[in-house]
Design a protein around this ligand. Structure first.
Ligand SMILES: Cc1ncc(C[n+]2csc(CCOP(=O)(O)OP(=O)(O)O)c2C)c(N)n1
Length: 594
C-alpha cells in the first residue's frame, strides 16, 4: 500500500482523510524520491494500556474524564473495552473493587491527575483493607514539566504507596503495557489488593514504534499464586477435627475470594462441623442447611473445643481474637502470613488458599469421622437450640406492626424478598447493622459490604459493578439515608447505563449509629450534634433521575413496594421511614461507645 506523507500524518490511497499518528516517517522514506512502503507502526501509551487491560481480561473501566487520560479511552474503543463514566472518582474506584468481588478478577478505574486521583483514594483504601484486587490508573502532569507546577501535579505514588500492594510511575511510553501487567501481577501477591499506576501525560500521548514496546499476551505474564498449605499442618488439622467433640468453623471473605465454596461445603459435611460465615463468606451454605449457623456464634466460640478461623483476621469484628474460649484449640488459615497469629496466639496456623486447604483437610480426614457419633451430633443440636432461642426472642420485632416502622421489620421483609439470584448490598450505619443479623444471602458470593474500612458510600458503586458484571442477577441494596447521600448522584449513572436494581433507603433522617454513641457518652439531651439530616423523599430523587420510587410509612406496604420496584425494571429507591429512636444491638455493643 502506498502512503503519502503530509505534515499531519499519512494519507492512504483513495482516502481524503489523513490517518494521523499511526505511521512514522522513516529517514529513508523521507529522503527517497519514491518512498517504499516501509512505514513503521506506531502506538500510543493509551493504546498500549488498553491492550494490557484486554490481556488481563478487563472488559469495563470505571472512570471520570480528564485531559490527562483520554488516550486510554481511545485505546479502549480500539480494544472493545466498555467505558462507564461516573460522577465522582470515589465511585469509579469502589466500582472497580466491586467488580473484583463479583467476578474474582481485578477491576479497573481510570481517573485524572490531582483531584481525580485524590478523590479515588477512599475507594483504593477500601479495596486495600478488603483485600480486593483492582488497578487504579491515574493521570499525571507531563514528565517534561516535572516539578514545574503543571496542572494537577501531585506526588500520587507517595500518597498511594501505603494503601496499595504496588504503586509506580510509567517512565516511558514503551513500558506502558508492561507496567500495567506488572501492576496486575502484584495485585495477586499473597492476599490480593489494589495497585496504582500514574502515567504522565506526555508518556501516555506519545507514540512509539510498536516493536519497541513489550505488549504482554493474555496468560503470558503471570502464574497462579495459589498455595495449598503445609501438608504436615493439614494432617494436624484433619486429626484435630476428627478427634474434636465440639468443633466449629468460621468461613470468612477469603473463602469467596479463593472461590473455595465447594471445598468448604464438602469439608463441613465430611467432618460434620457447624459453620458460621462472615463478610463475603456469607451464603457459602444456604439458610436451612444443617451446617449453617448464624445466631449462636458467641455461644459456639465460648464452648467449642476446636475453632477454625478461615480467611478473616482477628480484627475489631472478631474482638481482636479475645472472644474465643481460652480452652479451645484455635486454628487459623489465611492467604497472608502476616494475618496468621496476629493479635492473639493460635495453636496451628496454615498459610494458603482457603479452598485448597479445606479440600486437602477433608481428604485427609475422609473415612475417619463417624458422623452418626452421638457426641458430635449433640453438639450440633445444642447449637441449633441456641439458634432457635435467639430467633424466637427476636421474632416479635421481626414482625412488628409499629409505626414508625421498626428497622427489624424492614430488614426481615428484605430477607424474605431475596431470591437465590439476589445479590445483597448493605451501605449504612445502624440500619445495616440490623440487616447483618437478619438478612441471609441465599447463594455464595451474593453478599457485599464495605469490609473492615467501614466506608459509607460503597452502595451505589457496588450496585453498578454487580449489575454490570452479572446482568442475569437481581441486585438489592439497602442504604442508610446518610450513606446514600455520599455517592447517591451516581444513581443517574445507573439510569444512563440501564443497570436496574431494587434500592431501599432506611430513612431515619439521621446518622443514627453515631447518634447512639453521642447519646450513650454525653446524654440524650446532647445526641443531636452533627448527625441530623433533613426529611428527604429519596423516591422523588430517584424519579427525578429517571428511576422508580415510592414512599413507605406503613410496614404492610413494604413488600408490595419492593415487588413493584422489582417489576419496574428500573433503578429504584423505596424510601422507608423507620423509627429513629431504636438501635441495633450491634451498635449498642460497639466498644468505642463503652
Ligand atoms: C465515609 C464515612 N464517613 C463517616 C463514617 C462514620 N459513620 C459510621 S455509621 C455513620 C452513620 C450512617 O448513617 P446512615 O447511613 O443514615 O445509617 P444509620 O446509622 O442512620 O442507620 C457514620 C457517619 C463512615 N463509616 N464512613
Amino acid at each position: 500500500m502506498q502512503y503519502t506523507a503530509t505534515p499531519y500524518g499519512w494519507l492512504l490511497p483513495g482516502k481524503t482523510r489523513v490517518e494521523p499518528r499511526t505511521k512514522e516517517l522513516t529517514h529513508d522514506m523521507a529522503t527517497s524520491p519514491d518512498p517504499a512502503p516501509q512505514a513503521t507502526d506506531l502506538i500510543s501509551g493509551g493504546h498500549l494500556v488498553a491492550k494490557a487491560l484486554k490481556a488481563e481480561g478487563v472488559d469495563v473501566i470505571y472512570t471520570l474524564c480528564g485531559g490527562h487520560i483520554i488516550d486510554i479511552y481511545d485505546g479502549c474503543v480500539e480494544e472493545g473495552i466498555k467505558v462507564i463514566d461516573v460522577r465522582h472518582e470515589q465511585v469509579a474506584a469502589h466500582a472497580a473493587d466491586g467488580h473484583a468481588r463479583i467476578t474474582g478478577t481485578a477491576g479497573c478505574a481510570v481517573v485524572t491527575a490531582g483531584p481525580g486521583t485524590t478523590d479515588a483514594v477512599t475507594g483504593v483504601a477500601n479495596a486495600f483493607r478488603a483485600e480486593s484486587p483492582m488497578l487504579l490508573i491515574g493521570g499525571q502532569g507531563a514528565l517534561s514539566q516535572h516539578k514545574m507546577g503543571s496542572l494537577q501535579d501531585l506526588p500520587h505514588v507517595d500518597m498511594m504507596a501505603p494503601i496499595t500492594k504496588f504503586a509506580a510511575t510509567v517512565p516511558g511510553t514503551e513500558r506502558a503495557a508492561d507496567l500495567v501487567s506488572m501492576a496486575f501481577r502484584e495485585c495477586y501477591n499473597g492476599a490480593p489488593g489494589p495497585s496504582f499506576l500514574e502515567i504522565p501525560r506526555d508518556v501516555l500521548d506519545a507514540k512509539v514504534p510498536v516493536e519497541k514496546a513489550r505488549i504482554p499476551k493474555a496468560g503470558g505474564y503471570r502464574a497462579s499464586t495459589r498455595q495449598g498449605g503445609d501438608p504436615e499442618a493439614i494432617e494436624k488439622l484433619a486429626d484435630l477435627l476428627v478427634n474434636a467433640e465440639k468443633p466449629c468453623i468460621l468461613l470468612g471473605s477469603q473463602l469467596w475470594t479463593t472461590r473455595g465454596t465447594d471445598a468448604a461445603i464438602d469439608m463441613v459435611r465430611t467432618l460434620n462441623v457447624p459453620a458460621y460465615m462472615n463478610g463475603a463468606g456469607r451464603g457459602t451454605l444456604p439458610p436451612g442447611d444443617p451446617h449453617h449457623f448464624q445466631l449462636s456464634r458467641r455461644y459456639a466460640f465460648n464452648n467449642a473445643d476446636v475453632i477454625v478461623i478461615v480467611g478473616t483476621p482477628f480484627d475489631f469484628r472478631m474482638g481482636y481474637g479475645r472472644r474465643l474460649s481460652p480452652d479451645a484449640t484455635v486454628v487459623q488459615i489465611d492467604l497472608d502470613y502476616r494475618t496468621v497469629g496476629k493479635n492473639r496466639d493460635i495453636d496451628l496456623g496454615i498459610v494458603g488458599d482457603a479452598g485448597l486447604v479445606l479440600s486437602a483437610v477433608a481428604q485427609a480426614a475422609s473415612g475417619r469421622v463417624d458422623n452418626g457419633a452421638r457426641g458430635r451430633k449433640s453438639w450440633l443440636e445444642e447449637l441449633r437450640a441456641e439458634e432457635t432461642k435467639a430467633y424466637d426472642k427476636r421474632l416479635p420485632l421481626l414482625n412488628s406492626t409499629a409505626n414508625p416502622i421498626h428497622p427489624y421489620r424492614l430488614v426481615n421483609e428484605i430477607n424474605r424478598f431475596l431470591t437465590e439470584d439476589s445479590i445483597y448490598i448493605g451501605d449504612g450505619g445502624d440500619i445495616v447493622t440490623f440487616s447483618g443479623q437478619v438478612v441471609q444471602p441465599k447463594s455464595p458470593g451474593h453478599w457485599m459490604d464495605p469490609g473492615p474500612l467501614g466506608t459509607l458510600g460503597v452502595g451505589v458503586p457496588f450496585v453498578m459493578a454487580a449489575k454490570q458484571a452479572r446482568p442475569d442477577k437481581e441486585v438489592v441494596a439497602l442504604f442508610g439515608d446518610g450513606a446514600f447521600s455520599l455517592t447517591g448522584w451516581d444513581f443517574e449513572t445507573l439510569v444512563r447505563f440501564d443497570l436496574p436494581f431494587v434500592g431501599i433507603v432506611g430513612n431515619n433522617s439521621s446518622m443514627n449509629q453515631i447518634r447512639y454513641g453521642q447519646a450513650a457518652k454525653y446524654g440524650k439531651d446532647r445526641d443531636r450534634v452533627g448527625n441530623t439530616l433533613g426529611d428527604v423523599r429519596y423516591s422523588e430523587f430517584a424519579k427525578m433521575l429517571g428511576g422508580y420510587g415510592e414512599e413507605v410509612r406503613d410496614p404492610a406496604d413494604i413488600r408490595p413496594a419492593l415487588e413493584r420496584a422489582r417489576e419496574s425494571g428500573k433503578p429504584s429507591l423505596i424510601n422507608v421511614w423507620i423509627d429513629p429512636d431504636v438501635y441495633a444491638p450491634g451498635t449498642m455493643n460497639q466498644t468505642m461507645y463503652k
